[in-house]
Write a protein that binds this ligand. Structure first.
Ligand SMILES: Cc1cc2nc3c(=O)[nH]c(=O)nc-3n(C[C@H](O)[C@H](O)[C@H](O)COP(=O)(O)OP(=O)(O)OC[C@H]3O[C@@H](n4cnc5c(N)ncnc54)[C@H](O)[C@@H]3O)c2cc1C
Length: 303
C-alpha cells in the first residue's frame, strides 16, 4: 500500500510551480523514481502530476540547438533513428535505462531532477553542453547542466521551480560521441560506472573540440576536464590511448560500495575511456557533414 497523498494535475507550468510552492509538493513525471520511493515508505503528502502539461513534451530545434521538453521519454530518444545516428551518446544512454517499460515511462527531466550519480542520460547530455531551462512564477532562468547539482539527490531547484526543458548544442560535421555504461547485467541495472565523450575534428584530423563526462564516479555526474584538455588541439595520430585513459580517471572519485570497490571502478573507467574515444572517433570520421534538421530526416517520429 502506498502512503496516503493528495493528487494535483496542473495543465500549465505556472500552475505546477504555484502548487509546488504552496504545498511543498513532489513533482511526478513518469513516476519511475517517485513511486519506487513511495513503495519504500517515503511520504509525499502532495503529488503534482505534470504529465498533462503538453508544453513539456515537445522537442524543438533552431539552427544551433535542440530543446527537449522535460517530459521527453527515454524511449522517444531510443526509437529515433536521428538521435541514434547523430547524437549517439544520448541514444546510447537513453536506450540503456532500465527496461523497455521503464524507458516508456521515465523522462529526461525525471532522470536529471532525481540527481543520482548513476543517471544514464546526464553524462551524455553534458557532452553536448546541455543547458537547463528552469521555470518559476518569476519567469525562466537558464542553468548549465554541469551546475544543476549540489549533491546526491540535491539540485539547484527552488521551492517554486520546475525543470522546463534541456537544450543541447547541435554538432558540426566530423563530430562523433559515445556513452559506455558498465553494469553487471544487460538490463535493469544501474551503472557501476559510465563515461561519455564527444569529439569534433577539423579537415586535418585535429581535434578542435572535446567534451567528457563521468557517471557514478563522484557524488553527482561530473564534467571531466583532463581528457578534454589533452585532446583539444591534438591530431588523432598523436593521441596516446594509455595517457588518455589515465587522464580520464584523474578527477574520478568513485566510492566503494557493496556493488563494487572504488579501485575496480577506476580500472574500468580507464579502459572504457579508450573505447569511448575510439567509438566517438570512428563516428566522427564517418560524419562527413553536419547533422541535418530533425524535420528533414526520415524515421524521426517525435513531432
Ligand atoms: C526498475 C528500474 C530500473 C531503472 N534503471 C535505471 C537505469 O538503468 N538508469 C537510470 O538512469 N535510471 C534508472 N532508473 C531510474 C528512473 O527510471 C530514471 O531516473 C527516470 O528517468 C526517472 O524519470 P521519471 O519521469 O520516471 O521521474 P519521476 O519518478 O517522476 O521523478 C524523479 C524525480 O524528479 C523530480 N522531477 C521529475 N520531473 C521534474 C521536473 N520537470 N521538474 C522538477 N522536478 C522533477 C521528481 O519530483 C522526483 O524527485 C530505474 C528505475 C527503475 C524503477
Amino acid at each position: 500500500m502506498l502512503p496516503r497523498f493528495d493528487l494535483y494535475e496542473p495543465k500549465t507550468i505556472a500552475e505546477a510551480c504555484a502548487l509546488k510552492k504552496e504545498h511543498n509538493g513532489r513533482i511526478l513525471a513518469g513516476g519511475t523514481d517517485v513511486v519506487i520511493d513511495m513503495h519504500g515508505g517515503k511520504e509525499f503528502p502532495v503529488i503534482i502530476d505534470i504529465k498533462g502539461i503538453e508544453e513539456l513534451e515537445t522537442i524543438t530545434e533552431d539552427e544551433n540547438t535542440i530543446t527537449f521538453g522535460a517530459l521527453t521519454r527515454h524511449r522517444t530518444i531510443e526509437e529515433s533513428v536521428f538521435f541514434k545516428k547523430y547524437y549517439s551518446a544520448l541514444w546510447d544512454g537513453c536506450s540503456q535505462v532500465g527496461s523497455v517499460q521503464i524507458r516508456h515511462r521515465g523522462t529526461l527531466g525525471g532522470n536529471i531532477c532525481n540527481a543520482v550519480p548513476s543517471a544514464d542520460s546526464i553524462g551524455p547530455l553534458q557532452v553536448f553542453d546541455a543547458v537547463c531551462t528552469v521555470a518559476s512564477p518569476e519567469g525562466d532562468r537558464e542553468v548549465a547542466l554541469k551546475d544543476f547539482f549540489i549533491g546526491p539527490k540535491k539540485t539547484i531547484l527552488g521551492p517554486d521551480e520546475i525543470l522546463k526543458s534541456i537544450t543541447i548544442q547541435k554538432l558540426k560535421a566530423r563530430s562523433g560521441s559515445c556513452y559506455i555504461k558498465y553494469g553487471r547485467r544487460k538490463a535493469m541495472d544501474l551503472a557501476l560506472c559510465g563515461i561519455s565523450c564527444m569529439i569534433e575534428l577539423d579537415e586535418n584530423d585535429t581535434i578542435v573540440k572535446s567534451r567528457w563526462s563521468l557517471t557514478t564516479a563522484a557524488p553527482t555526474s561530473i564534467r571531466n576536464y583532463p581528457p578534454e584538455e589533452y585532446l583539444t588541439g591534438r591530431n588523432i595520430k598523436d593521441v596516446d590511448l594509455d595517457e588518455l585513459g589515465k587522464l580520464a580517471v584523474k578527477d574520478a572519485k568513485p566510492r566503494s560500495s557493496w556493488r563494487s570497490s572504488a579501485e575496480f571502478r577506476i580500472a574500468l573507467l580507464d579502459e572504457m575511456a579508450k573505447r569511448a574515444y575510439q567509438n566517438a572517433l570512428s563516428r566522427a570520421l564517418e560524419a562527413k557533414t553536419a547533422p541535418p534538421l530533425m524535420s528533414e530526416e526520415t524515421g524521426f517520429n517525435v513531432f
